[in-house]
Design a protein around this ligand. Sequence first.
Ligand SMILES: Nc1ncnc2c1ncn2[C@@H]1O[C@H](COP(=O)(O)OP(=O)(O)O)[C@@H](O)[C@H]1O
Ligand SMILES: [Mg+2]
Length: 160
Amino acid sequence: MEFTWLSLCSEETENFGRLLGGLLRPGDVVCLYGELGAGKTVLAKGIARGLGVTEAVTSPTFTLINEYAGRLPFFHMDAYRLSGPREMYDLGCEEYFYGEGVTVVEWPERVEEVLPAERLNIYLKVRPEEPGQRELCLVPRGRRYEELLGELKELVRAGH
Ligand SMILES: Nc1ncnc2c1ncn2[C@@H]1O[C@H](COP(=O)(O)OP(=O)(O)O)[C@@H](O)[C@H]1O
Ligand SMILES: [Mg+2]
């Protein structure tokens, strides 16, 4: 069960993230795939809002992992500058993935081997003919994430 959703502007992407963030539970992992400028960090900022993070959320491209306090702990990772899964492992990623917070990973394809098998994958695609639009394709891996996606679809269809 996949869900594809069209965002018409960055505010819509952030708002979509806020809806998703409101549904997340301890231990949830969300992976954001997409080229540079696809909107991964915009989406992560929305997820943070939905988790009740009030602090400004910045891209962890250089810091690798940013931690925030919200309704749940929020961990925002960016694997762009990592050499690979080994470095991610050495940063202690398992404590984040299998802990009580919510983890969002940008550039997950760089560290695929250390990611939990069960997670929500979101593929963001730029539409070159429509520079302000993004296609978001959500692919759940595991029962928890199928249920989560079902709840999110209902919210989106109800027009939140
Ligand atoms: N519909 C959209 N959704 C998300 N971002 C968009 C959208 N349209 C334009 N943008 C712009 O694209 C850029 C996305 O940047 P960012 O989220 O940092 O990308 P990434 O983290 O994937 O490299 C921002 O400048 C944002 O304003
Ligand atoms: Mg980014």
